[in-house]
Ligand binder design. Structure first.
Ligand SMILES: Nc1nc2c(ncn2[C@@H]2O[C@H](COP(=O)(O)OP(=O)(O)OP(=O)(O)O)[C@@H](O)[C@H]2O)c(=O)[nH]1
Ligand SMILES: [Mg+2]
Length: 222
């Protein structure tokens, strides 16, 4: 007898994700699921977002990490509500975890929630959280071959950030190669080059974020 454990886990997760999505829609809030490898710059990219949109958007952040409160404390230090989820070994966030985090946020006072998923390019791609947009960060220090090796996540996202662009001349990251590989997987996805160090590309990141946060009624994902 074959037991379909993975299928059941994903189905249960999807049902909860749909509830999260509806809850956000009821409160007219958007939610971005930000995914990347460990150290690619997820928290730094969120901090840039806060700095450059806080006068126009009411933001909150949900931080997913295996352990520690380092990232949520950094966000709270910017006077932005931050909920830390420690997965205690789990390599991705789930819709149930996000539902409990939403319980601790006053959704009527928010326009946009940014989720920093656990650093991983594999498992987060499989778990819908009820988000309204998905984003992956690739940093130039990781190499340009990541879309070849982790195609699922690059295929699914609504936007891609190439971070640490200030380090391009020190690495053998081939931007054209990266762009070509991504185009084969996800032809129309916007690819934004960014440096959280010197601010290169921050305007484009801000514009994408504001457009996502003010996009019309949320389409429920299938
Ligand atoms: N040179 C350079 N360094 C960066 C940039 N963005 C982030 N960093 C550095 O990269 C390191 C990791 O950045 P974080 O923002 O903590 O990355 P993260 O993906 O949130 O890391 P985890 O939460 O641990 O997975 C830090 O030392 C940052 O200062 C960038 O654009 N350029
Ligand atoms: Mg982080």
């Amino acid at each position: 007898m074959k037991i379909e454990v993975k299928k059941n886990i994903l189905a249960t997760n999807s049902a909860m994700a749909a509830e999260n999505h509806q809850r956000l829609e009821d409160h007219d809030v958007r939610m971005i699921n930000l995914m990347a490898s460990p150290g690619a710059g997820k928290t730094s990219v969120i901090m840039q977002a806060i700095e450059h949109t806080r006068d126009r958007l009411r933001l909150a952040v949900i931080e997913g990490d295996i352990a520690s409160e380092i990232d949520s404390l950094a966000i709270e230090a910017m006077d932005i509500p931050a909920i830390q989820i420690n997965t205690d070994g789990g390599c991705h966030l789930t819709a149930v975890m996000i539902a409990s985090a939403l319980d601790h946020l006053d959704l009527d006072t928010l326009d946009l929630i940014i989720i920093e998923n656990v650093g991983n390019l594999v498992c987060p791609a499989e778990f819908d959280l009820g988000e309204t947009a998905r984003l992956v960060i690739a940093s130039v220090t990781e190499g340009h071959d990541k879309p070849h090796k982790y195609p699922m996540i690059f295929r699914q996202v609504d936007a891609i950030i190439v971070n640490k662009i200030d380090l391009l001349s020190y690495c053998d990251f081939d931007l054209n190669h990266f762009r070509r590989t991504v185009r084969d997987l996800n032809p129309d996805v916007p690819i934004m080059e960014l440096s959280c160090r010197d601010g290169f590309g921050v305007g484009e990141w801000r514009r994408w974020l504001e457009a996502s946060a003010t996009a019309g009624p949320i389409d429920l994902k299938s």
